[in-house]
Design a protein around this ligand. Structure first.
Ligand SMILES: Nc1ncnc2c1ncn2[C@@H]1O[C@H](COP(=O)(O)OP(=O)(O)OP(=O)(O)O)[C@@H](O)[C@H]1O
Ligand SMILES: [Mg+2]
Length: 320
């Protein structure tokens, strides 16, 4: 591994807290007050799950994102620090507040209200080439939650490539469902494009993987399509397409963060120059490991814990 750079990976993405309410007495109504029996404040962002789990898999990871100068900002920083993610690249806004999502849980379903706050104001002017040059790999995630930089992503990834980094992008879901991402400008600079299947089809306005790959072929390099319990598809730049099956978990706790854990597994192997197929297999395994515990980071407590889950639940011996 090239150790001349300070970080293996810089994760660039959204940062917010989740205020989760459980055991709510009915549904909220204008003009009334209702009670919730339980409340949890936790680090929310999906890019943070990726950063934490990539660090848990042994990589040196820094987070580049924006919070406010407030208590939630402090909370986010401490939570990342606890997960061994370097926080020296975090930017503090003096104007906007740290993003927050109020999650109202109703059994299997939930109602969320999000204030994007500072994460919406991260812009290309905040990104310095000398900062990107500190990492071997740059991973960008959740572009639709970061409207301040979404339309400059071509420039962002070009800067990363000019500074000798490998790159990856997970678009994630568009809460406004407009799916307006300038793919021809962005994808030529993205080594690994890693949406889930639904996101891929919506971004390309197609209805099959085949059609989507035809649209992307002229502009994209490697594409990984995450497909839940069906595993993942690897589409190489030479046109070869391979499907890799998921590791079946018959007792799924929840799939929160499975995609981010897949990304963590994939990227942690990719930066060790493992063949792409091996990276996908390890991504599938880490996605499956994720589903054995509640939340996105529960299963990623330590290297030993991850090794144990892989062996006990999926019969796979791994080295980290
Ligand atoms: N039920 C499951 N059993 C085993 N593996 C799973 C299961 N669900 C997901 N995975 C693994 O996790 C990977 C990512 O899951 P998924 O396709 O749900 O990503 P995603 O939709 O991007 O998730 P996220 O909501 O975290 O962004 C899958 O490709 C698969 O390898
Ligand atoms: Mg996802």
């Amino acid at each position: 591994m090239d150790t001349r750079r300070k970080f293996d990976v810089i994760a660039v993405g959204e940062l917010n807290v989740d205020l989760i309410l459980n055991g709510i007495h009915g549904f909220p109504e204008i003009g009334k007050e209702i009670l919730a029996n339980e409340m949890t404040l936790t680090l929310g962002s999906s890019t943070a799950i990726f950063a934490a789990n990539t660090a848990a898999l042994g990589a040196k990871v820094a987070f580049l994102g924006k919070t406010g100068n407030d208590l939630f900002g402090q909370f986010v920083k401490e939570a990342l620090h606890e997960k061994k993610v370097d926080t020296s690249l975090l930017i503090t806004s003096e104007v906007s507040k740290t993003g927050a999502t109020v999650v109202m849980n109703y059994n299997e379903d939930r109602a969320n209200v999000t204030h994007m706050g500072a994460m919406a104001t991260l812009s290309i002017a905040d990104i310095k080439p000398e900062v990107l040059a500190q990492a071997r790999h740059i991973h960008f995630s959740s572009c639709f939650l970061q409207p301040g930089i979404k339309d400059s992503l071509g420039e962002f990834f070009a800067m990363a490539k000019e500074n000798g980094c490998t790159t990856s992008l997970d678009s994630q879901w568009d809460p406004e469902e407009r799916w307006d991402l300038d793919l021809p400008k962005i994808l030529p600079y993205v080594d690994i494009f890693m949406p889930n299947l639904q996101e891929l089809l919506l971004l390309t306005n197609t209805s099959t993987i085949q059609q989507a790959l035809e649209v992307l072929r002229p502009m994209a390099n490697t594409i990984i399509i995450k497909d839940g319990s069906r595993g993942a598809v690897l589409a190489q730049s030479d046109g070869v397409i391979k499907r890799k099956k998921a590791f079946l978990n018959i007792n799924v706790k929840d799939a929160i963060g499975a995609g981010d854990s897949f990304n963590a597994g994939f990227i942690s192997r990719f930066i060790q120059a493992e063949p792409l197929e091996k990276c996908v297999e390890f991504g599938n395994l880490m996605g499956a490991v994720n589903t054995t515990s509640a939340g996105g980071t529960g299963a990623f407590r330590s290297k030993d814990h991850i090794i144990q889950i892989a062996s006990d639940h999926f019969g796979v011996k791994i080295r980290i």
